[in-house]
Design a protein around this ligand. Structure first.
Ligand code: DOR
Ligand code: ZN
Length: 420
């Protein structure tokens, strides 16, 4: 149905401008002082942003439906102002074949309330699949083991994956933590009897991240493929990426809300509910990430929404899975940061809408412009809300940010102009 959004301040270009937004057949049809449409929606007092694109989510299908599925995951996305997600392949079984991809796509088509795309897993033995798969956002490589069984440590295989990516002009996205360092530190930690999430950053260290980033960058330099470093967490790691970006094209990186809003100290109280990979780091690292965001070294913000059930997280440290949900809380956290003058609204739109659309090639999304998809997120920058466990859309229904009162809320979301 066609409609007009009236009286909002609309994010156009890099400014907030009072405009009426006409939505026709799922597209933005006009941006005028006033336009006519049978259905009018009053947005007085609110700001209209492009729908957010979360380029890093784990919606857990197949194999993890107790944690999340496309119905709950996409509901959480909408609650968080996110209109497009890119889902990760570390499922059970992993998404490393065209058949697995087609199966996943079928489920997402049936169940998802938001737009979606997929990262495709690179494994030790799926080179033919990598050569032939189409319609994906990237090849995902785990350089250090995490949830699931995707891990590539053999340099020859890694070189092959990067080469196929280069030939096919597909980006490689990497989870950069060095497997050898993690293994060594794990043995040391077990010997010492460490058994709490507060030690997680002493096992999955800054060094583990930097060594792995170094390796990925060196290979990318040699082969010349596009490389995206996922969830960067350390100052040193970011320095490496910054340097490499100054020398050559094709490198991008992201930061997650948990690495921006929590520190390793958060694990004292949260325990396994703040256990994730890469680990949380120090206040200095967090400050460096914020600086990287403001100065442009970090291209985009993505959540790494990685839900696990409360029961799974309540297991002892070594058995509890790594990962935290985040898709519902990203935008409120960032809007609160705008209110606290830590970041500008236009930086949020750049990092959460424009940049992910550019990096992943969603030409019809990411901006409010005539002709683009009507993926729109209406926010209230004043309204305060408290994040509460048990009141979330994600199936796991908890958040590491529970009890945080945030100023800035998501009021309504439109996906391709749908009114439901
Ligand atoms: O903490 C994490 N959780 N890091 C990952 O790399 C995977 C993710 C998950 O899937 O649970
Ligand atoms: Zn992830």
């Amino acid at each position: 149905m066609d409609f007009v959004l009236e009286n909002a301040l609309v994010f156009i270009g890099s400014k907030l401008i009072p405009k009426s937004v006409l939505v026709k057949e799922g597209k933005i049809a006009a941006l005028e002082q006033s336009v006519h449409a049978a259905k009018r929606i009053d947005c007085k007092g609110n700001i209209l942003l492009p729908g957010l694109i979360d380029a890093h989510v784990h919606f857990r299908i197949p194999g993890g439906a107790q944690k999340e599925d496309w119905s709950t995951g996409s509901a959480a996305a909408l609650a968080g102002g996110v209109t497009t997600v890119i889902d990760m392949p570390n499922n059970n079984p992993s998404c490393t074949t065209r058949k697995a991809l087609a199966d996943k796509e079928k489920v997402a088509k049936a169940d998802s309330k938001c737009n979606f795309a997929f990262h495709f897993g690179a494994s030790n033995d799926n080179m033919r699949e990598l050569e032939q798969v189409d319609g994906i956002a990237s090849f995902k490589v785990f350089l250090g083991a995490s949830t699931g069984n995707l891990l590539i440590t053999d340099p020859a295989i890694l070189r092959k994956v990067f080469s196929i990516a280069k030939e096919r002009n597909i980006a490689v996205v990497v989870h950069a933590e060095d497997e050898d360092i993690i293994k060594e530190n794990t043995a040391m930690a077990k010997e010492k009897g460490w058994n709490h999430a507060k030690y997680h950053s002493k096992i999955r260290t800054c060094e583990a991240e930097t060594k792995s980033i170094e390796k990925a960058l060196a290979l990318q330099d040699e082969i010349g493929n596009k490389l995206h470093i996922l969830h960067i967490s350390s100052a040193q790691g970011l320095e490496l990426v910054k340097e490499a970006k100054q020398n050559r094209e094709g490198i991008t990186c992201e930061a997650t809300p948990h690495h921006l809003f929590l520190t390793e100290e958060s694990t004292e109280n949260l325990g396994n509910f703040a256990k994730m990979n890469p680990s949380l780091k120090s206040r200095e690292d967090v400050n460096a990430l914020w600086k990287g965001l403001r100065q442009g070294a970090i291209d985009l913000i993505a959540t790494d929404h990685a839900p696990h059930t409360i029961q799974e997280k309540e297991k002892p440290y070594w058995e509890a899975p790594s990962g935290v949900p985040g898709i519902e809380t990203m935008l409120p956290l960032l809007l609160d940061a705008v209110n606290k003058e830590k970041i500008e609204l236009k930086t949020i739109v750049e990092k959460c809408c424009i940049a992910p659309a550019r990096v992943y090639g969603f030409e019809s999304r990411g901006e409010i412009k005539v002709g683009k998809d009507a993926d729109l997120t209406l926010i209230d920058l004043q309204k305060k809300k408290t994040i509460k466990n048990g009141q979330l859309q994600t199936k796991c229904n908890w958040s590491p940010f529970a009890t945080w009162e945030l100023q800035g809320s998501v009021e309504r979301v439109f996906v391709r102009g749908r009114l439901d």
